[in-house]
Design a binder for this molecule. Structure first.
Ligand code: ADP
Ligand code: MG
Length: 572
């Protein structure tokens, strides 16, 4: 089992520890890390510690060292895992999946990119053009996905704000023939609001700081992110990314992937629309609510190919059905108008992102595959969801992310621990029972029917009466007060780290997280006023992307944020 490595670097496989306990585990991890060994095997998996500096371990020679070798022939590395997956796929025509898990900033996305680069490097030795082009698009897609789906958080300058599951398809030769990207849980609330010190999605800053003078002029944009409500918070945040440079890299990646000039311009028109919409304010004049500053409205109308009057109307009114089957127009209050505007920009961005992913998929999807001619089509999947998160303010998004990580932990427990122990039992191997924490109890806390947090939220969303976030919290306190992993200020009044009528805390497998219940109900409901949909759907034919984003046939109202968790988990 021992990999080729000197013992001075510690044990290269945690399986070799004399005693399995946290102290020994951490000691070994630390020793190895200090000796610049960031990877350690744990059976067939690899534990990785983020070095936060460029390591000279991903070059051509490193790739060659792992190519076609067995797991135990080389020191621990991501490449060893990638090669094992590739071999299983090639030798036994077996579909495989590499799951990358860890808290935010741990290095998951970088790891998934190294895995893809490794697979790209070891395939297509004969350099066939069509395979090279598939590989190129697969690799370039990361740059685009990160521009639109990543943002600076307080934990990671380039944090993925969506989950990604990428399938790479292979033919009988073991060469990539295409792929498919599934995206999950884009954190669209970031479009309208960010925590202190954080940024909106990179794409906005890249456009403003990197877009040409002509482009910005045609979009009616200024180049300073401080001019826009949606990017103001992040305008001063320093990051290690250069937005101007990245903008050009994204443009070139979009070109390589095959986006047309018109499509690229449409993408930026939508970003511009979102930024300008975010600056719109409303005022109340005697009885009625008005938009402040009609200049912006006309720019929005121009960018979306609609009429200014229609823009104003959909910002200020909603169409409601009366009891008698009639339809009337009801004016918004200022608050409702702001709420509607933000719901609209979030939905626009989410759909834009979905459209970009779909567009990439259309390019990389396997075409003309004939199993008789080409043999079985096998896949390697790489799952990189966003990791466990604890911030100063944790809201519904963190709740969903952390729930998803609990489910992933369940998967690990089932796949690795239970299966292994069952196998030992079956084969009559004597083994020492290791106690491990089974987090099913936390999963139940969230998803148990009639009792779990999700069911409390769903019931509240369905109820006709006025249910508030605070009422939900009370209901959770009543139903879950006895649960060992749940508490709130009301349940532990002496704990001043929580606020009354606002916070609850879950003891997750990876740590305690205090959530503020504010906004939970709205985010769970995910409303988008129908009138915006109608406005955009009627956006003239000169802007097909926008109307297709809101075309009810192709994009039904975006489902509740967390339902994506279920889709994600149904993959397994
Ligand atoms: P996660 O996806 O787990 O949130 P990332 O993969 O985005 O985290 O990593 C966060 C940052 O850590 C990266 O932007 C990079 O600066 C650094 N990093 C991660 N993995 C490595 C690595 N293998 N070598 C060097 N730096 C790394
Ligand atoms: Mg990531």
């Amino acid at each position: 089992m021992a990999a080729l490595e000197d013992l001075e670097f510690g044990k290269s496989d945690f399986v070799l520890l004399d005693e399995v306990n946290i102290e020994q585990f951490m000691e070994n991890l630390k020793l190895r890390f200090e000796k610049a060994r960031i990877y350690t095997f744990i059976g067939e998996g690899v534990v990785s510690v983020n070095p936060y500096k460029q390591m000279d371990i991903y070059g051509k020679e490193d790739i060659n060292a792992y190519r076609g070798r067995e797991l135990y022939e080389n020191p621990p590395h991501l490449y060893a895992v990638a090669d094992a997956a590739y071999k299983a796929m090639k030798r036994r025509a077996k579909d495989t999946c590499i799951v990358v898990s860890g808290e935010s900033g741990a290095g998951k996305t970088e790891a998934s990119k190294y895995i893809m680069q490794y697979i790209a490097a070891i395939t297509n030795p004969s350099q066939r053009a069509e395979v090279e082009s598939v590989k190129n698009v697969l690799l370039k897609s990361n740059c685009v996905l990160e521009a639109f789906g990543n943002a600076k958080t307080n934990r990671n300058d380039n944090s993925s704000r969506f989950g990604k599951y990428m399938d790479i398809n292979f033919n009988f030769n073991g060469d990539p023939t295409g792929g498919h990207i599934n995206n999950y849980l884009l954190e669209k609330s970031r479009v309208v609001q960010q925590n202190g010190g954080e940024r909106n999605f990179h794409s906005f800053y890249q456009l403003l700081r990197g877009g040409s003078v002509d482009m910005l002029k045609s979009l009616h944009l200024h180049n300073d992110p401080a001019n826009y409500v949606y990017t103001r918070e992040g305008a001063v945040a320093t990051t290690c990314n250069n937005d101007r440079y990245s903008h050009n890299a994204v443009l070139s990646a979009l070109n390589v992937i095959g986006f047309s000039e018109e499509e690229i311009h449409s993408i930026y028109r939508i970003l511009g629309t979102i930024l300008i919409l975010g600056n719109l304010q409303f005022e109340t004049d005697s009885e009625s609510v008005l938009v402040v500053g009609m200049g912006d409205v006309s720019h929005i109308a121009e960018l979306t190919s609609t009429e200014p009057d229609n823009v104003t109307k959909s910002l200020l009114y909603r169409t409601v059905a009366t009891g008698g089957g009639e339809v009337i127009e009801k004016g918004h209050s200022e608050k409702e108008a702001c709420f509607g505007r933000d719901a609209f920009t979030k939905a626009l961005y989410e759909r834009l992102f979905g459209w970009i992913v779909g567009r990439i998929n259309a390019v990389i999807e396997v075409k003309d595959y004939n199993p008789v001619l080409h043999g079985k089509n096998t896949v390697i999947g790489v799952l990189d969801i966003y990791g466990f998160e604890i911030f100063d303010n944790n809201s519904f998004e963190q709740f969903c992310i952390n729930y998803c990580n609990e489910k992933l932990q369940q998967l690990f427990i089932q796949l690795i621990l239970c299966q292994e122990q069952d196998e030992y039992k079956r084969e009559g191997i004597i083994w020492q029972h290791i106690d491990y924490f089974n987090n099913q109890i936390i999963v139940d806390l969230v998803e148990q029917p009639h009792k779990g947090i999700i069911s409390v939220l769903d019931e509240a969303c369905l109820s006709v009466g006025k249910v508030t976030d605070i009422v939900c919290l009370e209901s959770m306190d009543a139903k879950l007060g006895q649960h060992p992993h749940y508490t709130s200020r009301k349940l532990t009044p002496s704990d001043k780290t929580m606020e009354f009528h606002r916070d609850f805390r879950i003891r997750h497998y990876a740590g305690d997280v205090t959530y503020s219940v504010e906004g939970f109900l709205d985010k769970n409901k995910d409303p988008l006023f129908q009138d915006f949909k109608r406005l955009m759907f009627n956006s003239t034919l000169s802007f097909p992307l926008l109307s297709s984003l809101l075309n009810p046939v192709f994009s039904v109202l975006s489902p509740v944020f967390r339902s994506a968790v279920h889709t994600l988990l149904s993959l397994f």
